[in-house]
Design a protein around this ligand. Structure first.
Ligand code: IMP
Ligand code: MG
Length: 186
């Protein structure tokens, strides 16, 4: 059961510290700025888990960018992707001829991003690339490789820095493994 007075008690171990996250985002942001100089890309954040990552990454990219968001959910509360994607909000901008960089919190099966990429390609963008805070390659069910990965994580259910369990733990400043006792027997 979720501990309502102390989030830390529900964490088995820290996978990526606050400091490591900040350092790595600066590094990847500088790389993205170099790669996209003169191209004014449009950054598309996949809500809701991407919020803290998006804010920090956008600040680390020191070139002009446009920002947009979309909302798709693949979990209906649990810790396993249902495979059923619910489309809640599309982006506001027309991406025809634009360089699109999708920002995501974590890639697990790859289904969410594959669907987004296919949908975007029909809109004739100049390019579509993916930047993810975390990659969990062991969970992959469809072929999908991110262009920018901040950290690779092992097969465990993780929370923090935007990642959630039932919308809890998003405000933890680090990424950690959630104790299975929190979500088992429910
Ligand atoms: P995919 O479609 O299986 O790649 O799932 C991607 C989405 O599932 C992510 O955007 C997350 O919202 C969610 N997700 C996958 N693994 C985890 C996890 O370990 N913790 C929290 N959310 C996760
Ligand atoms: Mg997500």
């Amino acid at each position: 059961m979720i501990n309502k007075s102390d989030m830390l008690q529900d964490i088995e171990r820290v996978l990526v510290s606050e400091e490591e996250i900040h350092v790595r985002i600066k590094e990847v942001g500088a790389q993205i700025a170099d790669d996209y100089r003169g191209k004014c890309p449009i950054l598309v954040g996949v809500l809701k888990g991407v919020v803290p990552f998006f804010a920090e990454m956008a600040n680390a990219i020191s070139i002009p960018v446009q920002e947009d968001f979309m909302c798709i959910t693949s979990f209906e509360g649990g810790t396993e992707s249902t495979g059923k994607l619910t489309f809640r909000k599309d982006i506001d901008h027309d991406i025809e001829g634009r360089h699109v960089l999708i920002l995501e919190d974590i890639i697990d099966s790859g289904s969410t991003l594959k669907m987004i990429c296919e949908m975007f390609h029909e809109r004739k963008p100049a390019s579509v690339k993916i930047c993810t805070l975390l990659d969990k390659p062991t969970g992959r069910k469809v072929e999908l490789k991110p262009d920018y990965t901040c950290f690779t994580v092992p097969p465990a259910f993780v929370v923090g820095f935007g990642l959630d369990y039932e919308d809890y733990y998003r405000n933890l400043p680090f990424v950690g493994v959630l104790k299975p006792s929190v979500y088992q027997d429910r």
